[in-house]
Ligand binder design. Structure first.
Ligand code: FAD
Ligand code: DLZ
Ligand code: SF4
Length: 507
């Protein structure tokens, strides 16, 4: 009799808990490319190619290390199309006495797995995912008796718990957070280094052919395909980041430049989220760069905060608040997602650039997701369900545990302020300050109303006016309401009229 150990596409870590105690002579590792997972939303083609190629390479490495691997390819004749039916198929073929799996990243998968023990009538052990630095139980404990959660305080706990950038009990440099030194507007002539490029091997070429044939109607370009697909390659991408980008990470964290999709970000989320990299090794690489004076503290602290702060915090919220979190719609926003989120056909240059880059790379950096794509979704009142589906589809790093809190909590304020203290709404000025998009736009960012005015300008005020009942008690935006109230009636009417025209024009 043997144990079936199931490994999912976002669990590609040799140290994954489901492999602990594996008897290589008897146990069977199951990995499967399944239609259900590839289509429950119509993922970007590059995301599917990344995961299938990384899975095939990982399975090969496991086999080279003496594990017995049962691997189902998408086009295998007997592929039954789902995790559960693939487990069932293996159980009927082999003498399996129990199943071990690491806690999945999505609620819907966990719900399914929780029924397997009774469905298959054998023990099923769901082990915790110890690749994260905190557990859902710890997060729940931390969140108790707090009406509102704030990432900053959780982050400090993480710094202390894991002794990261600490001198005894104090933060290195005397401050916990160096954001005040970060977020400079882009300068002319920035020399952004080239991103990591991996040449395709035979496995990746096969997968790309498969994806182009079987997922032709999914969003996104397959070419060029430069993702790392093995751990060794992902480690090279990490090294390239710490050597070439990290030093400028803090300064230009919020900067957006037309034609520069990668800026000084790390582009490591793809690998962190599928398991090729572990959070702690990325943190340690950044800390080492600081110790060796290769990067300043504002950059290193900022990068580390994203990983041990935001990444862990959003996961904590996901598991604490699911399944209700997915249904939240604080503003009762109902507008359909405009077609330009797929086609990029819009006169708003910021949105056009961000959608074009998303389509090509299955990537946009944080501020593009937040201040352009997300900000518009918020102030235009787009339906949270549709916006969530879009974000889950289009990015190669998207899994519901991280996508949903960022979308419903951070950009749409659909949770009423549980994750963020105020909506991240902004007019065109902020986009203009942090980018060079406005200079190539059909709209004028300096104009506040009228057909040529930047739509972000009037939609911002219209959003506040539309949602006054819901937001009036929020002290962090009280000043904006005072400014709105001081506007004369003509101005208020122009805001409402322009907004209505623009919103009516969205398809
Ligand atoms: P860097 O800027 O280099 O940051 C380093 C790492 O920190 C990232 O790789 C990531 O692991 C982590 N990180 C940074 N910000 C966040 C955050 N807000 N939440 C969680 N982790 C964070 N991130 C995803 O991994 N998957 C998603 O599906 C996703 N959807 C998002 C949707 C919206 C609307 C927004 C505003 C943010 C979303 N993010 C998501 C967070 C963030 O934008 C991405 O993690 C980041 O852009 C990935 O690029 P990078 O690796 O270059 O990040
Ligand atoms: C996203 C994804 C895709 C596209 N395909 C597969 C697959 O064929 N096999 C697999 O094991 N996992 C896949 N995944 C990732 C899963 O959707 C992910 O493991 C769950 O959402 C839980 O996080
Ligand atoms: Fe975007 Fe407005 Fe600037 Fe155009 S003018 S790029 S719509 S912010």
């Amino acid at each position: 009799m043997s144990t079936l150990r199931l490994i999912l596409a976002d669990q590609l870590s040799a140290t994954i808990s489901s492999l602990t105690g594996c008897d290589k002579s008897k146990d069977i590792i199951l990995m499967c490319e399944v239609w259900n997972e590839a289509t429950y939303v119509k993922h970007h083609k590059k995301k599917i190619a990344l995961l299938f190629s990384a899975m095939r390479h990982f399975a090969q490495e496991l086999q080279e290390n003496g594990y017995k691997v049962a691997y189902t390819k998408l086009d295998d004749a007997h592929n039954t199309g789902s995790f559960k039916s693939e487990v069932a198929r293996l159980i009927t073929k082999r003498p399996i006495q129990n199943i071990i799996v690491t806690h999945p990243g999505e609620y819907r998968v966990l719900e399914d797995m929780q029924n397997w023990e009774s469905d298959f009538n054998i023990p099923v052990e769901i082990r915790s995912d110890d690749r994260f630095l905190s557990t859902p139980q710890e997060f729940e404990q931390w969140s108790k008796n707090r009406k509102q959660l704030r990432m900053e305080f959780f982050y400090r706990e993480m710094r202390k718990k894991h002794a990261i950038l600490m001198v005894g009990d104090e933060p290195v440099g005397g401050q916990w957070n160096y954001d005040a030194d970060n977020r400079k507007p882009p300068k002319n002539g920035l020399q952004v280094p080239k991103p990591y490029v991996n040449e395709k091997d035979e496995i990746t070429v096969d997968v790309i052919k498969l994806v182009s044939e079987r997922f032709a109607d999914h969003f996104g370009d397959l070419d060029p395909f430069y993702f790392a697909v093995t751990r060794a390659q992902a480690l090279q991408a990490l090294q390239l980041f710490t050597e070439q980008r990290l030093a400028n990470y803090g300064d230009y964290q919020d900067a957006m430049v037309e034609g520069e999709p990668w800026m000084y970000h790390s582009h490591l989320s793809f690998y962190l989220n599928c398991g090729l990299l572990l959070p702690m090794e990325c943190v340690q690489a950044a800390e080492k760069a600081y110790d060796h004076q290769q990067a300043p503290l504002n950059a290193v602290e900022g990068f580390i905060r994203q990983i041990i702060g935001w990444r862990e915090y959003v996961r904590g919220i996901y598991w604490l608040k699911m399944p209700d979190y997915a249904q939240q719609n604080f503003f009762n926003a109902q507008r359909n997602l405009p077609e330009f989120y797929w086609t990029a056909e819009t006169k708003m240059n910021c949105l056009r650039q961000c959608v074009l880059e998303t389509r090509q790379n299955a990537y946009a950096h944080h501020i593009q997701r937040l201040m352009v794509l997300g900000n518009f979704a918020l102030i235009a009142g787009l339906s949270p369900a549709q916006v969530n589906e879009w974000f889950l589809i289009v990015y190669a790093d998207a899994y519901e545990w991280v996508e949903l809190p960022n979308v419903s909590g951070m950009i749409l304020f659909a949770d009423g302020g549980y994750l963020a203290s105020k909506p991240y709404a902004a007019g065109g000025n902020y986009i203009n300050k942090m980018s060079d998009y406005c200079k190539n736009c059909s709209y004028k960012v300096t104009q506040k109303n009228g057909v040529d005015a930047c739509p972000f300008n009037y939609l911002y005020w219209d959003f506040l006016a539309r949602n006054r009942d819901k937001l009036k008690s929020n002290q962090r935006i009280a000043m904006m309401y005072r400014t709105y109230d001081r506007m004369d009636n003509d101005k208020k009417q122009a805001i409402a009229y322009d907004s209505q025209q623009l919103l009516n024009s969205l398809l």
